[in-house]
Design a protein around this ligand. Structure first.
Ligand code: FRU
Length: 329
């Protein structure tokens, strides 16, 4: 594939600093079965372990973010904006309890006529480290008007600039929300993830964002052979994004900084005893590390983008070596 010359994009302005991060997406209850190998269709297999925990991309990211240290004594105010079942339902309690440390869940949208949360059934195969996810969600998605009402409440709660991260979900509504945010709050910054290959139109969300996170599964589905090839090609249609990240499984991740079209790749140093224990949410953990570095403008000498890449990789590797998300700070 011929790779076109890239236009330069001026870098997003993070001064004055941003202290409010709102994560927009869905929460799941994950039921995880650990099996010795992936089962054969129409067969029986005994699992080694069963675990039930709160999942969902943005909730996973928030669970990690709430553990990361404040930089220069300035805390990030973390908000979850998602649809949940009835306020008193066990699923809602599980979500709120898991994020109780530091995340504000007060502005979630509660569907009082639903008792069941969105659910994922996950098969984790010990021999390959793969995780296969089947999910079910009957909660009606957030509408633009509901989103606007919640954002106005978050903005009124305390002054200051906001950053919104969008999980790639219903594209039309998400794009409308992103455009409305930029109009209503001109200094807002936006990030999004382009993760699920079966969700059409995520490119439209990417073109509204200041930072974009691509997954390897999306890259594979689009026929890209490397993270760099994806970033170079996708960047052509992104007029706004300052940083584009692409994770590449065991090969680490790559970032493209649009200001000067510099690429950086990084593979986390893995300890000798490295073993895949739990890769569910590894990408969500990468995003937590990267967002924490960007929002706090952490720079270990080669720029914020490269530092964010390393921070994301480092945390993702640690996460893969353990069950769940606790104790990653
Ligand atoms: C992992 C995850 C799970 C959840 C599923 C939703 O990234 O967020 O926790 O069940 O993906 O698609």
């Amino acid at each position: 594939m011929a790779i076109p010359i890239l236009a330069k994009v001026s870098i997003m302005e993070i001064s004055p600093p941003i202290r409010k991060l709102v994560m927009v997406g869905a929460c799941y209850v994950d039921t995880i079965l650990t099996v010795p190998h992936f089962p054969q269709e129409d067969n029986k297999l005994r699992a080694r372990r069963l675990e039930r925990r709160r999942g969902g991309n943005v909730a996973n990211t928030l669970e990690v973010l709430q553990q990361l240290p404040a930089v220069d004594g300035r805390e990030l105010n973390l908000f979850l904006l998602c649809v949940l079942p009835a306020k008193t339902s066990p699923g809602t309690k599980l979500v709120r309890d898991s994020l109780a440390e530091k995340v504000n869940t007060q502005h979630c949208i509660y569907r009082e006529d639903h008792t069941e949360p969105a659910s994922s059934y996950i098969i984790k195969a010990d021999d390959t480290g793969s995780r296969t996810i089947v999910n079910y969600n009957e909660l009606p998605e957030t509408k633009l008007e509901e989103f606007q009402e919640k954002v106005m409440a978050i903005s009124a709660q305390s002054p200051g600039r906001m950053w919104f991260h969008f999980e790639g979900r219903e594209v039309d509504t998400s794009v409308a929300c992103m455009r409305w945010l930029k109009k209503q709050y001109p200094d807002v910054l936006l990030s999004t993830e382009v993760e699920k290959p079966n969700r059409e139109g995520l490119e439209m969300m990417a073109s509204e964002a200041d930072v974009v996170f691509y997954s390897k599964s999306w890259a594979d589905a689009k026929g890209y052979r490397s993270a760099e090839e994806l970033l170079k090609t996708e960047a052509q249609s992104l007029a706004k994004a300052s940083f584009l990240f692409c994770t590449w499984g065991a090969d680490g991740a790559t970032v493209l900084r649009r200001q000067d079209n510099i690429y950086a790749s990084s593979k986390a140093r893995v300890p000798e005893d490295f073993r895949v224990v739990d890769s569910v949410g590894a990408g969500d953990t990468f995003i937590a590390g990267a967002l924490h570095a960007i929002l706090n403008q952490l720079d270990s000498g080669d720029g914020v983008a490269a530092s964010a890449l390393r921070a994301g990789n480092h945390l993702a590797v640690r996460k893969i070596m353990q069950e769940g998300f606790a104790g990653l700070s």
